[in-house]
Design a protein around this ligand. Structure first.
Ligand SMILES: [Zn+2]
Ligand SMILES: [Zn+2]
Length: 353
């Protein structure tokens, strides 16, 4: 049999604050684990009881709850039998505050309990590589659970209206006393909605919801990657009982490019360079998303070297500036040489090049 908080301190229900304090000080000396090892449970019990009873407001709330024994029922509320709470782990103010707000009707907390926010929805959108660089506007169909168009989400047949739930009086929750801790549960009659439908809507059979395909036009910003998530707030599924809708996440699936390999916001592109240009230096043409540029090849450029073309890469998402294009040099060696070239190459070879 669990004890009340008063019993834990060995005082009467009418004890004054002074008596409570005296009883606590005496008990703490007796049961403090530092002086009396093995008394941890009892110490916590005393400590917890004092935390509540020494605070006038908490004590009043505890008294008001009128529970028979004042402590959690053994095995109830998710606590194992015989366990004494360590009150230090709980913010009693929150527990009581939440409970009493709800009784008063209205208030943010009640609103959250009552209506359940709509689900978030994720859809993929496939876009060409070029659109990822420039940005695009796409229209995508999204299948969603939305408010029923016949009853506008109330679930009640046209000409009728939902009535306030008689079990929870519209709060959507019922309290079951677990001693000191009152548990809030969704109302079993209205399932937390706070209202019930007597004559269900013929379209949605009272659920207030139906699946529909909506078409959204989505602006894809320049610079998106494969797998970038774009959030459209409130465009997900409808909330329940007047709660806000969920969000829609559009995930960009970017097709690979035939010429560029993306590295973050840089674009790597292979640029063929004749071996003579690589040896002597010179200029070649290199592709960029904005068109071809003249790329200066320093003399003695090796195969595979990356030459940076600044600011011609992918626009930084949600920011200024762009990445670069990295020209990967691929030295071209002729498969065949004519007579004149052969003579020149042989002369080079003899020179020890
Ligand atoms: Zn309906
Ligand atoms: Zn109810």
């Amino acid at each position: 049999m669990a004890k009340s908080l008063y019993e834990s301190l060995g005082v009467s229900k009418n004890a004054t604050q002074d008596e409570i304090k005296k009883a606590y000080r005496k008990l703490v000396r007796e049961v403090h684990p530092d002086t009396n090892p093995g008394n941890e449970e009892r110490f916590k019990e005393v400590q917890g009881a004092y935390d509540v009873l020494s605070d006038a407001a908490k004590r009043k709330q505890y008294d008001t709850m009128g529970s028979a024994n004042g402590r959690a029922r053994a095995g109830g509320g998710g606590f194992s039998p015989g366990t004494t709470y360590d009150f230090a782990d709980f913010d009693l103010g929150d527990i009581f505050g939440g409970l009493f707000n709800r009784g008063g009707g209205g208030g943010r907390q009640q609103q959250q309990q009552r209506g359940q926010r709509g689900n978030d929805v994720e859809v993929d959108v496939h876009i060409p590589f070029e659109d990822a660089l420039k940005g695009a506007q796409v229209t995508i169909p999204v299948e969603l659970e939305l408010a029923c168009h016949t009853c506008h989400g109330t679930g009640a047949a046209p000409g009728t209206a939902p009535i306030t739930c008689p079990v929870c009086n519209g709060s959507g929750v019922v309290a079951t006393s677990q001693g000191l801790f009152a548990l809030q549960e969704p109302c079993p009659r209205c399932h937390g909605r706070g209202s019930i439908v007597e004559t269900p809507c013929p379209t949605c059979h009272g659920s207030g919801r139906e699946r529909r395909t909506k078409r959204y036009t989505v602006k894809i910003p320049a610079g998106v990657k494969d797998g970038t998530r774009i959030k459209l707030k409130g465009k997900g599924e409808a909330g329940y009982g007047g709660a806000p809708a969920g969000d829609l996440y559009v995930v960009t699936r970017v097709e690979p490019s035939k010429i560029y390999e993306r590295r973050g916001d840089d674009l790597v592109v292979t640029v063929p360079v004749p071996y003579t240009t690589a040896a002597l230096g010179g200029k070649v043409e290199a592709p960029t998303p904005d068109g071809t540029v003249q790329l200066k090849i320093p003399s003695g450029t090796e195969d595979g070297k990356l030459l940076r073309i600044k600011g011609r890469g992918v626009p930084h998402l949600n920011g200024e500036g762009r990445g670069d294009v990295l020209a990967r040099i691929k030295i071209q060696v002729p498969k065949k040489v004519n007579k004149k070239q052969r003579e020149a190459l042989e002369a080079l070879q003899e020179a020890g090049a």
